[in-house]
Write a protein that binds this ligand. Structure first.
Ligand code: XMP
Length: 514
């Protein structure tokens, strides 16, 4: 254990591990522990600072998560973020109320004056907010350091300078000076030097995987995207030809995805097994409109497809008892696989695997965010076009078709998506934008057909910037590009008669529509 340790007390925020990631990037060792941990437990770890995370609860709810009250007597610096700040305010005699409509997305931080925590910040800095409740009344010995467009207490400090509270999230990419604030807190307020180095090198990761797999044969769910390709390249380094990659053609893929996966596999020298499972997936989705039901149906269809592939391979090659998946950390946390976090959506590849499946699941990237996976992919020597490819969700086009998913609607969306991708590439924005795609909306809209009236399909365009997918902002596509996409969609695809542009951030929206 490093002597310079910071503990993060987790109230269940989606962003808790992002706090940990940022602290580690600032070369300070940290650990995430449950917010309810006792003070004796904290003392044993001798932290030099405590960070209280955000969380989905409201402090005035009966079962709202609390802290051991003795924590306030520890006399070590505390940085309380979002719910953490509200917890401190309520515990120290202030008042927290439900805000009018909440504050989600970009806001401006207006500093009341200089403070060591805000060294290097301007008077008006963009910050990212995501809260419904707000502090109405400060505890007596606290003062406000900054206001935002929405709240008077966007940053607060106790009189003795030991406790700071931030209503905004310094850990997300949309708070551009967030890392500076965290660095100020670690260096100036906690007095830490920051000499810690991340331990796990590529070779150590490969070694750990080699020991875990112990020469056993393993299937890998391979899609050709950066996550599963990095997982495959890593596992191949651990067990070589014992790795058997399986590509499931769900019928929910984009134009060119299957060919791309075949090419990537060939490049890695992997013999890809392709499972034709289109009918299985469409049958599983028939009649479903609810987003969670659709996600679950796709998840189950994947499992069944892998079972069938495993069975066939076993007859040729002997027993297989492992399935390697390229699940990454945001998949885990948004599916509430991390303790305390609330479920945002069930990811196709997380949790709920039926016991009878009989395959042990190995997820070598489970602790990494997307940007860390890309770093790993680079160190594995994967080519840039794979490393920087935009993410594509496992349930594929099924979560981009609102309402029922039919082969006809998938075919239409596939064409629309291909046009959008072509135009983004033509505008040379394909490496700039984190993710861009088309969505098919439910219902129809009035259209002019010849001289008469008709009804056509509505397509929404989504383009977002992000660092790791946990938060995102809508990307301002140039009008010229939007105009080209819109006219190509309506001219080349008869059924499409209306095109709209999604201008919501995450939060409050998510990147995908379902
Ligand atoms: P959301 O829509 O939750 O997405 O803001 C965050 C990122 O995750 C991708 N995503 C998924 N990836 N399985 C995946 O492998 C899934 O079920 C899934 N759902 C969303 C999404 O495309 C974005 O990059």
């Amino acid at each position: 254990m490093d002597e310079e340790q910071v503990l993060i007390l987790d109230f269940g925020s989606q962003y808790t591990r992002l706090i940990a990631k940022t602290v580690r990037e600032l070369e300070v060792y940290c650990q995430v522990i449950p917010a309810q941990s006792s003070v004796e437990q904290l003392r044993r770890q001798a932290p030099r600072g405590l960070i209280l995370s955000g969380g989905p609860a409201s402090v005035y709810e009966k079962d709202a998560p609390r802290l051991d009250p003795a924590l306030y007597d520890l006399k070590i610096p505390i940085l309380a973020i979002c719910y953490g700040l509200q917890r401190v305010a309520a515990d120290r005699g202030g008042q927290v109320v439900r805000g009018r409509g909440g504050e989600y997305g970009l806001s401006t931080l207006q500093l009341a004056g200089p403070d060591p925590l805000f060294e290097g910040l301007g008077d008006d800095e963009p910050v990212w907010m995501s809260h419904g409740d707000r502090v109405e009344l400060l505890p007596l010995d606290y003062r406000s350091l900054a206001r935002s467009s929405g709240v008077p207490y966007a940053a607060i400090r106790s009189a003795d300078g030991l406790i700071y509270g931030l209503q905004f999230h310094p850990e997300v990419a949309q708070t551009p000076k967030g890392q500076t604030i965290l660095a100020n807190w670690l260096r100036t307020i906690c007095g830490l030097r920051g000499r810690w180095q991340p331990g796990e090198t590529l070779e150590q990761r490969i070694g750990a995987l080699r020991r875990q797999l112990d020469g056993r044969r393993a299937l890998i769910a391979f899609s050709g995207g950066v996550d599963s390709t990095a997982a495959a390249a890593l596992t191949q380094r651990a067990i070589g030809s014992q790795l058997l990659p399986v590509f499931v053609d769900s019928g929910l893929l984009r134009q060119g995805d299957r060919r791309h996966a075949e090419q990537v596999a060939a490049r890695l020298g992997l013999r890809l097994q392709v499972v034709e499972a289109q009918e299985r997936f469409f049958a599983a989705l028939r009649g479903l409109s609810d987003p969670e039901e659709k996600r679950k149906a796709v998840g189950k269809a994947f499992i069944r497809a892998f079972e069938a592939a495993a069975h066939r391979l076993e007859q040729r090659q002997g027993p297989i008892d492992i399935l390697v998946q390229g699940t990454i950390y945001s998949d885990v946390i948004e599916s509430a696989g991390a303790s305390g976090a609330r479920r945002i959506k069930s990811h196709h590849n997380v949790g709920g695997l039926p016991a009878e499946m009989g395959l042990e699941i190995v997820e070598p990237l489970r602790d990494l965010f997307k940007d860390e996976v890309r770093q790993l992919a680079l160190s594995l020597g994967l080519p840039a076009e794979i490393v920087w490819e935009q993410p594509f969700p496992g349930p594929g086009l099924a979560v981009r078709i609102l309402g029922p998913v039919t082969p006809e609607r998938v075919a239409l969306l596939r064409q629309a998506d291909a046009i959008l991708r072509e135009e983004i590439k033509r505008a040379k924005l394909d490496r700039v934008i984190w993710q861009y795609f088309a969505v098919l909306l439910p219902g129809r809209s009035v259209a002019i057909r010849g001289d008469g009236r008709g009804y056509g399909e509505i397509v929404a365009l989504r383009a977002v910037s992000s660092r790791e997918g946990m938060t995102a902002d809508w990307y301002p596509l140039p009008y010229k590009t939007l105009a080209r996409i819109s006219s190509r969609l309506t001219n080349e695809l008869d059924q499409i008669t209306r095109v709209v542009y999604d201008i919501t951030a995450k939060p409050p929206a998510t990147i995908e529509w379902e």
